[in-house]
Write a protein that binds this ligand. Sequence first.
Ligand code: NIG
Ligand code: FE
Length: 418
Amino acid sequence: MHYADLLIHSAQMMVTMKGFSDNPACGEEMSEVGIVEDGAVAIREGMIVAVGTTAEIRAAGWSGPDTQEISARGKVVTPGFVDPHTHVLYAGSRENELSLKLKGVPYLEILKQGGGILSTVRSTRQASDEEIKAQTRRRLQTMLSLGTTTAEVKSGYGLMVEDELRALRLIRELNDTQVIDLVPTFMGAHAVPTGYSEAEFTNYIVDEMLPVIAAENLAEFCDVFCEPGVFSLESSERILLKAQQLNLKLKMHADELASAGGAELAARLGVVSADHLLQASDQGIEALARQGVIAVLLPATSFNLAKNSYARARDMIRARVPVALATDSNPGSSPTESMPLVLTIACLYLRLTPEEVLAGATINAAHAIGRAKQVGSLEVGKQGDVLILDIPNLNYLPYHFGNNPVETVIKKGKVVWG
Ligand code: NIG
Ligand code: FE
């Protein structure tokens, strides 16, 4: 018998999210979170080897003389959070845009004036590799302290091929040199750089950037900011079809600011996830459900843009669209690293239950970035990514907000924070 390296035991409530590694949870399944009272999880060589009640795990003899034991008495144990949509690789910040926002200047108007995303493109291009890495490492460390153990990261503050390649190389380096597992996405189609028309820049992405990006093998996904005034449906489709030919998986920023058929296109292309979706139409929602496209909802962005408009998460769940949640962490529309904050906003304004928000932040989020076989639930054979939350029950997680509920973060069986 091999003993476990780490045993977390006596959890008041352990939430496993088990049973959804093959297909994401949708509809009523999003409430079936797999609660175990007096729960325990055993980890060996970074992988989960046993999950059950403390009595069961003890009876099976997993704890040996060298096993580290952590009591979670009175606390909640969950899988590590998966943040499936971030733009955390950049240099600089945009607090100067706060006053414009408060005056009512729209997000896309700031971009048109050369600010917004284009302002971060300038500060990122000007920064050295070391500066970008140092700033991003700090953000990732904050994310880790707030319970994120796996995250997607997009390029998109470079826009020209050398800058985008640099961004993807830095994401790979950061993946290799800090704790959070990073899934890289190429998002050259984030904004149209000054001096280009949308058509010219789309040609540049399709003919010159994508072949190089794919050949370097630095990205798993390709994403497009599909929005009237940024990349049209036609441009988005051309970019995503080319990416698909080059064996990249697809994502889309769809129907964020205007209802323009983004969700319908996402379904037609069979993307893995369509993100934002505030303005998705009824037909769009039905099409996503039919194709099994995951809706990655970003309620912290709605909150921060202060427009009192949120994605129709309840309609999506009713239609059986699998829903996931993410921070959208970026210097403009969502300057936060906090999944716990996202869960509170999702509960209050997307009207999701505490069970649904947890499904959205773990197993469904893992599906949205192609990692559901490795992470997102506490099941034998998965990575030992576990959170101990200093809260008495699951309702408490979205209820008590603005503080960090995370007491201990375990990544691949090692205590990495707390
Ligand atoms: O998802 N919508 C486009 N991209 C980001 C914002 C990036 C930025 O403002 O820097 C988003 O909201
Ligand atoms: Fe985004």
